[in-house]
Design a protein around this ligand. Structure first.
Ligand code: NDP
Length: 314
């Protein structure tokens, strides 16, 4: 395997692997550094590895399991010559060309880099939480809401995301408890009103989920009052965690321009970062849409941007 590349892609979710398919078909022989298996979403295949059935990815009218979909992306990228290594990038140097990327002691160089390291949902860090993802615990209402038709569920969080998720979930659930750790919502006024006006949403103020129950699937949670410390059971079959996201951009601090929240900045309508030759796609630069299909779309954009940029350099 050559360590000197035209394109290195960091990350292997829908964005990274779509960039791999496109750059491989453009004969750029990309190297994809896909990450290492872990319980969080910065792992090979990204956040879809943590979901069960994906019903909204176009082209699969019967739905497809998240891991199977990512397996298909991978096979398609490899078919055109993309090489994948199952490791995590430990350091980068984008200050001069060729750009440098390290996996521990091993150095790789590339004329261009596509950053597709994704984002991860912040979690409650409770026992059973990770095991029950896809089995009652979810971080994506758009993805999983449909499975909770007629059921009682809970959403954790008091920000715009939590209210957006809770409102969306009332289309399916018979009742949505919004579990808020303080006596106030962080969300914008208009979103607060939306929650308060919705008869299917009941806000549990000064409350936190302190235990998650269930063997094969979620059977309920324990709620602890954050003022009195009293506990009580809440019988819900779904638990949506909407307490924010964190982009996987620690590697690029002081190297690529990012928002205060850590999301990489890209030039409007493109995947160009502030460093010519470095492109960013998928959730690492998108906190608005965060869908597999939009990530894949921006991965395609990054591949085309990189290909054209490489051509312009020769
Ligand atoms: P926010 O950081 O705005 O809100 C996070 C919420 O989760 C807060 O209520 C916070 O509580 C709560 N929280 C954090 N950690 C925990 C925890 N461990 N246990 C329980 N609760 C916790 O994140 P969002 O994802 O909601 O929003 C991110 C950004 O995206 C915001 O700027 C938001 O405005 C924007 N956005 C806008 C939308 C829209 O306009 N339609 C839709 C979605 C997002 P506390 O308040 O006590 O800190």
């Amino acid at each position: 395997m050559s360590n000197a590349r035209k394109v290195i892609i960091i990350g292997s979710g829908p964005a990274g692997l779509t960039a791999a398919i496109y750059t491989a078909r453009a004969s750029l022989a990309p190297l994809v550094i896909e990450g290492e298996p872990s319980s969080t979403s910065d792992q090979p295949g990204g956040q879809l590895m943590l979901t069960t059935e994906v019903e909204n990815f176009p082209g699969f009218p019967e739905g497809i399991m998240g891991p199977e979909l990512m397996g298909n992306f991978r096979t398609q990228a490899e078919r055109f010559g993309a090489e994948l290594v199952t490791e995590k990038v430990t350091k980068v140097d984008f200050s001069s060309k060729p750009f440098k990327v390290w996996i521990r002691e091993t150095e790789y160089t590339a004329e261009s880099i596509i950053v597709a390291t994704g984002a991860q949902s912040l979690m409650l860090d409770l026992p059973r939480e990770n095991e029950l993802i896809g089995h009652g615990v979810s971080t994506c209402a758009t993805c999983d809401g449909f499975f909770f038709r007629g059921q009682e569920i809970a959403v954790v969080g008091g920000g715009d995301s939590a209210i957006e998720e809770a409102s969306f979930l009332t289309k399916f659930a018979s009742k949505v408890y919004l579990v808020v750790r303080r006596d106030a919502l962080r969300a914008s006024r208009i979103m607060q009103q939306r929650a308060l006006d919705n008869p299917k949403i009941e806000i549990l103020w000064n409350s936190r989920v302190s235990e998650i129950h269930g063997d094969q699937s979620l059977s309920g949670v324990t709620i602890t009052d954050t003022v009195t410390n009293e506990t009580r059971p809440l019988n819900v079959t779904g638990l949506f965690i909407a307490i924010g996201h964190k982009p996987n951009t620690g590697l690029f601090t002081n190297i690529l321009e990012m928002e205060d929240s850590g999301y990489l900045l890209t030039r409007e309508g493109s995947t160009y970062t502030n460093v010519p030759g470095i492109f960013a796609c998928g959730d690492v630069q998108d906190h608005t849409y965060r869908q597999a299909i939009t990530a894949a779309g921006s991965g395609c954009m990054a591949a085309i941007d990189a290909e054209r940029w490489l051509e312009s350099q020769h």
